[in-house]
Design a protein around this ligand. Structure first.
Ligand code: HAS
Length: 550
């Protein structure tokens, strides 16, 4: 489909997206500082001042980076992408977006205050029986409900576009934003259920106990699609933006849509792969969800295939020869390409690690070790976040009417390279220490004796070195963000939207058949979860009274 490359995101829509980015990058500053403190504490060479607890800092880090930075960035990016490709938001749609933004911001403040008061040191997964102050749960509910308002704006724009353009495939970026939004809404029903039906009444003292198995299962019903909610906007950048940045075409519009639909279908009924070591869930259901997990790997393999095809096709069109000759033809001096590319390279070992995690027997080796922390620092904290940074390098100046100068572009590449070095140390050491059995989510002092800890000290030091380099990279990123938002020279920066290769097949309309896709999604969820939930509720442990959710 032909895109008008010169269309700019409307100024009002740009303000809405930028509001989301201000919160996202403030979260990066706070969460990054908490991360630095954590690796220093884990190295055993530093103690937190003023009675601040390790779990308090860990909660700040996880909530602020894993939930706040991501949700605000993603919603801001998707709103801008929809406005660019499906047209300026109507007043009603924009108002929905603003309501969403303010609800999410209010919720974030509520949760943040509770964490700072040490009333909610329950980590970003807030598993029962850890209990937080009710205001923390209410705050998180506001964040989720706010994101639904943002999502409603995206859905409304898509519906309007389809009405005005019958029997035509929607613009690819709009389609992708819509799929990610639908997946998010379906997934957040799980977390909303555990918070509103279980955790909040329990925290308010209305009930005495909680069915922990049910609450963890509802959390992971949400928790795995959550990681794809982070990933899909990065894939939007890889499929649609990167081809335009390097001067190539999108390999196949249909393949891109197909992979997004597969994520919608298979990302939700797989939460048990986070619970493989837990009692209360029959092994047969775990096995089924492991199979479904391997199915959700397929769209990532399709993405890798498509990206290799785009890069190789482009390189060969420029005269590249040999197996990897195309690598030399890529625009290494352009931060909009190089920084997300580092993310793609990181995603190869990251994905392989995910496959290890999902393999039931191997999960016994790595579960609850710091290997898992290493895994998610390569996935979300490198592949995804570096792509978000790469997007910011052109999107922020596009929205603020400024340009990415040569000096900022150089600094941005330095930022990406520093990130790669820091993360190689930090995540590499986490993977290695995890294989030696080092636990995750625990501070140095809780390792159970110096002799045991001694084995892991070199790895803790490597993590501290890596974490400190990463913190430098965060400072650079924040500096570049402030420059692009407020100081860079005025001008016009392109919003790059790729076009499909001329010889690609026509996109079939079946991808827009939501009755079909939502129907299959619902059927798979019901199949994978109904009986296990009945089991968990009927066979709740002794001590649960009356209604077995508590
Ligand atoms: Fe995961 C735990 C399985 C992907 C995030 N994961 C986590 C946790 C997080 C997380 C946050 O089965 C911890 C949760 C907690 O707090 O407990 N994960 C997987 C699998 C995948 C996977 C099978 N995870 C992700 C992504 C994440 C993420 C994406 C965030 C964005 N994960 C697990 C499991 C656990 C888990 C278990 C529980 C562990 C436990 O025991 O607790 C797959 O989706 C991965 C598929 C990916 C690929 C890679 C494709 C490569 C591409 C790049 C192409 C590169 C190019 C450049 C073209 C198959 C697309 C080429 C250039 C050259 C020069 C070569």
């Amino acid at each position: 489909m032909k895109q008008n490359q010169n269309t700019k995101v409307d100024r009002q829509d740009g303000k809405l997206a930028m509001a989301h980015f201000y919160v996202a990058f403030t979260a990066l500053a706070i969460g990054g500082l908490a991360g630095l403190l954590q690796v220093l504490v884990r190295s055993g060479k530093f103690q937190l001042p003023a009675g601040i607890g390790y779990y308090q800092i860990l909660t700040v880090h996880g909530v602020v980076l894993g939930l706040v930075l991501t949700t605000f960035f993603i919603m801001g990016f998707q709103l801008a992408a929809v406005s660019k490709t499906a047209g300026t938001l109507t007043k009603k749609q924009r108002t929905m977006g603003w309501i969403g933004f303010w609800l999410m911001t209010a919720g974030t403040m509520m949760a943040a205050v509770m964490i700072l008061l040490n009333e909610a040191s329950v980590l970003y997964t807030f598993y029962a029986p850890l209990q937080a102050h009710a205001i923390y749960y209410i705050g998180l509910t506001f964040v989720v409900v706010g994101s639904w308002f943002d999502g409603a704006a995206i859905i409304m724009k898509y519906a309007e576009w389809r009405r005005n353009n019958p029997r035509q495939p929607s613009p690819l970026l709009t389609f992708m934003s819509l799929v990610n939004t639908i997946m998010w809404i379906v997934a957040t029903i799980g977390v909303a259920a555990t918070v509103l039906i279980q955790l909040l009444p329990w925290s308010l003292g209305l009930v005495e106990t909680v069915n922990v198995g049910v609450s963890r299962t509802l959390f992971w019903y949400f928790g795995h699609p959550l990681v794809y909610f982070w990933l899909l906007p990065a894939y939007m950048g890889w499929y649609v933006v990167i081809p335009r940045v390097i001067g190539a075409k999108i390999f196949s519009d249909s393949l891109a849509r197909m992979s997004f639909i597969l994520f919608l279908l298979f990302s939700i009924p797989v939460g048990f792969h986070h619970q493989l070591m837990e009692p209360g869930i029959d092994a047969a259901w775990k096995f089924l969800q492991v199979i479904l997990t391997f199915l959700v790997v397929i769209p990532s393999l399709m993405t890798a295939f498509s990206l290799f095809a785009t890069f190789e096709g482009f390189g060969r069109s420029k005269g590249a020869t040999g197996l990897f000759g195309w690598l030399k033809k890529l625009p290494w001096g352009d931060a909009r390409f190089t920084v997300p590319f580092i993310g793609m390279v990181a995603f190869i070992p990251a994905g392989a690690g995910g496959i290890v995690n999902a393999s039931h027997q191997m999960n016994q080796v790595v579960h609850n070790t710091i290997w898992v922390t290493g895994h998610f620092h390569l996935t979300v904290a490198t592949a995804v976040v570096l792509t978000f940074f790469g997007i910011s390098y052109w999107l922020v100046p596009h929205l603020t009417g400024r340009v990415l100068t040569k000096a900022m572009n150089r600094l941005a590449i330095t930022q990406g390279v520093l990130w790669a070095i820091g993360m190689t140390f930090m995540s590499g050491a986490m993977h290695a220490a995890g294989l030696l059995g080092a636990p995750r989510r625990s501070s140095f002092s809780e390792y159970g004796g110096a002799a045991q800890a001694a084995e892991w000290i070199p790895y803790q030091v490597a993590q501290a070195i890596g974490g400190s380099i990463l913190f430098l990279a965060i400072i650079l990123m924040l500096y570049i963000f402030v420059n692009l938002a407020f100081m860079a020279p005025k001008g016009s920066e392109e919003f790059p939207v790729g076009e499909t290769a001329e010889n690609a097949e026509k996109t079939p309309l079946v991808f827009e058949n939501w009755k079909l896709w939502l129907g299959i999604t619902a059927a798979l969820i019901l199949f994978a979860y109904t009986i296990p939930f009945i089991d968990l509720i009927q066979n709740a442990p002794p001590g649960s009274k009356g209604y077995k959710l508590w």
